[in-house]
Design a protein around this ligand. Structure first.
Ligand SMILES: NC(=O)c1ccc[n+]([C@@H]2O[C@H](COP(=O)([O-])OP(=O)(O)OC[C@H]3O[C@@H](n4cnc5c(N)ncnc54)[C@H](O)[C@@H]3O)[C@@H](O)[C@H]2O)c1
Length: 350
């Protein structure tokens, strides 16, 4: 704390830090951005200049040496999440870390252990949980409207949208392709809707069929075909110890007739729902009913800002973070399980 304000340090000054996290922190008057670390000095300096950040580093470990820093916000590529988070936690800082929390289960375990050892908070930035459409649906679920949700079909499918930066297409930085980048979003959301049961087993497949082809073009610009070494399509089937299951599919490049399908369909004993379009199907008084939830007419929120606000509240009031690291651990187990199963052809049991 300095000047009565929480001091924040950003690790990774790229896209998400600029367009989502900074607007969030700027909305919170009890915070100040004290430092930024990016291994690209020019990027870090430009960021510091644009947002008035006094301390600039190319090595995130320098942040660990700054006693005044209260919170580290990790916005670097996936492979950096674990080392940057552990360094921050063990030097006594709370950490908000972008999704996926890490690329391997063993890393998440290390991060949780560091958080427990230091007594500092750790939360994965799963902003989809903070969308208005998500909050409303979660309230309906908690009110029992759906009964028991026993199955969900989750998809994060894009027709031709590859994030062209190395952060997303080079395995050494990303750890994986669309499964880790966008699959993690819809899986985490669906899993949360279903009450976060324990994962029992996972089966999966991955493909790289379109991304290395010169005749396939992206709507978000071109990418380096030779550098692309992750999957472009992944699918998985996940069973939970409570008997429920999720079917997941995700892709950057798939021959589908729409531009994007980012949705989940919940199957409950009392009602079913398509998220985010808000169509609820049920049967009441002996008649089938379709109910339209006017989700888009709810007050608008910026989910990243709400996620940052909720994390800060947990820090200030010393209460559990809303996206629990143990939930993120289960999510990473599922994703890692899909990769493992895709490689061996066998089901992965936990
Ligand atoms: N929640 C969301 O909606 C969302 C959207 C985009 C990205 N993300 C996540 O945010 C993270 C970053 O994505 P992005 O789009 O900002 O990528 P980006 O490529 O635009 O930016 C990443 C930045 O991190 C820097 N960097 C790389 N290695 C570093 C290191 N060792 N230490 C410090 N900085 C380092 C790079 O120089 C770059 O400036 C990823 O984990 C991604 O999954 C989340």
């Amino acid at each position: 704390m300095k000047n009565g304000k929480y001091q924040i340090a950003i690790v990774g000054a790229g896209g998400i830090a600029r367009w989502a996290h900074m607007p969030g922190w700027q909305k919170l008057p009890e915070t100040e951005i004290l430092a930024v670390a990016d291994n690209n000095l020019e990027t870090a300096q430009e960021f510091a200049g644009d947002f008035g950040v006094p301390h600039v580093f190319t090595d995130y470990r320098k942040i660990a040496e700054m006693d005044e820093v209260d919170i580290v916000d990790v916005c670097a590529p996936n492979a950096v999440h674990c080392p940057a988070t552990v360094s921050a936690l063990l030097s006594g800082k709370h950490v908000l870390c972008e999704k996926p929390l890490a690329i391997k289960t063993s890393e998440v375990v290390e991060m949780i252990e560091a958080s427990q050892k230091s007594g500092k908070k750790l939360m994965c930035a799963q902003h989809q949980r903070f969308r208005r459409e998500s909050r409303v649906v979660k309230n309906l679920i908690d009110d029992g409207v759906f009964g028991e949700i026993y199955f969900a079909q989750a998809q994060a499918l894009r027709r031709r949208s590859v994030p062209a930066r190395p952060t997303f297409i080079k395995k050494e930085l990303s750890g994986g392709g669309p499964l880790l980048d966008i699959g993690v979003h819809i899986l985490d959301l669906t899993y949360w809707f279903m009450g976060c049961p324990r994962v029992q087993s996972v089966k999966g497949v991955t493909f790289t069929k379109l991304a290395q082809r010169e005749d396939v073009h992206g709507l978000w610009g071109e990418w380096d075909r030779e550098a692309y070494d992750v999957e472009d399509f992944a699918a998985g089937f996940i069973r939970f110890t409570n008997g429920a299951a999720i079917s997941l599919s995700c892709s950057f490049l798939a021959n589908i007739t729409i531009i994007e399908d980012f949705s989940t369909i919940l199957y409950g004993t009392e009602a079913g729902l398509h998220w985010p379009n808000g169509k609820l199907a049920t049967e009441k008084s002996g008649v089938l009913q379709d109910i339209e939830l006017h989700l888009s007419e709810m007050p608008e929120v910026r989910p990243h800002t709400e996620e940052i606000r909720a994390f800060l509240e947990a820090v200030k009031e010393d209460k559990p973070v809303p996206v629990k690291p143990e939930e993120s651990l289960e999510v990473i187990k599922m994703l890692e399980g899909i990769y493992q199963s895709a490689e061996t052809g066998a089901e992965v049991n936990f």
